[in-house]
Design a protein around this ligand. Structure first.
Ligand code: SF4
Length: 371
């Protein structure tokens, strides 16, 4: 892990944990925003960057600021974090943005940074759903805010959408999604709401739609999104041609991605590593310089790869699997593959194995059969 020079595409994820308030369904590592804590954390990120640069860093094809709420960084902080990095000339640099923060001055300031792709936490275009999700923005403000970003020069904007809320129906899902599909977005990520048993929303678990009802919502969501001109390229992700998230494709294709910040997880030269989800522990590893702490074993790389690859519409390439791991993917799996083929859950053209349409909503259990 000491030799950092390599030839394959390389991404960088930067975790910004601050949030103005906590949303009950959120599973990410977040912290209440404070100016002082945020400034201290920023210095740690700069320190992590300097240590990474000292080790040698090859060209970055993508950078992704995720959180948390990365849009709480100032434009100057974003530029400072990116300055001195070996960015590819066409690097995709994404910032997750809380819609409530979008104003004309925010958009214009951000445009002066190298950020060229925005991911908006829209989640729904129904106010009752936004309230339930504890989001502060309101649906009626969204078209205007997206326009401000466009006018500032951003032409690669993604929106997140959440379906499967308690007591939701296919009809209510459609009314929350349809106005979102009419926005000038290049990319949409559609996620199923998951409520953790230890979250404040736990009492609502009993109100969640049945699996059959959720499957109906998923396939209707998929149909509407495709009809609106977005191509599905991953189970939950849809893009206009050429606007697929290059950063997320790095994960799904098993390419390398470095990770900075508390709780951030990276994949590097066959190892998955995670920084601690704790600010004090993160500060300790930055000070010690042990940037690749908490590694998974090399053996975990194959299940991770299978899980990620099969999420993609293009599926898993048998020849690429062999080149990468020196193993025949079919070996020890052919009986399962035949069963899944008979059940109509996978397609196998001799070179690529991919999930069938019928398997998309139950992808985790289908993929688990092949791990
Ligand atoms: S704003 Fe986003 S990251 Fe922060 S708590 Fe809400 S869902 Fe989680």
């Amino acid at each position: 892990m000491e030799q950092d020079l390599q030839a394959r595409p390389l991404g960088l994820y930067i975790h910004i944990p601050w949030c103005l308030s906590h949303c009950g369904y959120c599973k990410f590592f977040t912290q209440a925003y404070s100016r002082k804590a945020s400034a201290d954390y920023f210095r740690l990120l700069i320190s992590e960057k300097e240590k990474q640069l000292q080790r040698g860093l090859c060209e970055l094809s993508t950078v992704y600021f995720g959180g948390g709420t990365p849009s709480l960084l100032s434009a100057q902080q974003i530029s400072e974090l990116l300055s001195g990095l070996p960015l590819a000339s066409n690097a995709e640099i994404t910032l997750e943005v809380n819609p409530i923060q979008i104003t004309q001055s925010f958009a214009n300031e951000l445009r002066r940074t190298p950020v060229n792709r925005l991911s908006l936490g829209l989640q729904s275009m129904r106010d009752e759903e936004l309230s339930y999700l504890q989001r502060k923005h309101r649906a009626a403000d969204i078209p205007f805010r997206v326009k401000l970003l466009q006018e500032a020069g951003f032409d690669n904007i993604s929106g997140d959408y959440i379906y499967g809320l308690p007591a939701s129906t296919t009809a209510s899902m459609c009314s929350a999604l349809q106005p979102l599909l009419e926005l000038p977005l290049q990319h949409i990520s559609c996620y199923l709401l998951e409520i953790a048993e230890d979250s404040v929303l736990a009492p609502d678990i009993a109100l969640l739609p049945s699996d059959d009802a959720l499957a109906e919502q998923y396939y209707q969501m998929r149909k509407l999104t495709i009809e609106a001109g977005f191509a599905q390229y991953e189970i939950s992700n849809f893009a206009r041609p050429g606007s697929e998230s290059r950063h997320n494709l790095l994960y799904w294709q098993g390419d390398d991605c470095l990770a900075w910040g508390a709780s951030a997880c990276g994949y590097y030269q066959g190892y998955r590593y995670c920084h601690p989800a704790d600010l004090a522990d993160y500060a300790r590893i930055v000070c010690s310089g042990d940037l690749y702490a908490l590694q998974d074993s090399e053996a975990a790389a194959i299940p991770d790869y299978i899980m990620m690859r099969l999420r993609l519409s293009q599926g898993l390439s048998l020849s690429e699997f062999y080149t990468r791991f020196g193993q025949d993917f079919r070996e020890g799996r052919q009986i399962k593959l035949d069963q899944l083929l008979r059940l109509g859950l996978i397609q196998d053209d001799g070179e690529n194995i991919r999930l069938s349409e019928a398997a998309l909503f139950i992808s985790n259990s289908v993929i688990a059969e092949l791990l």
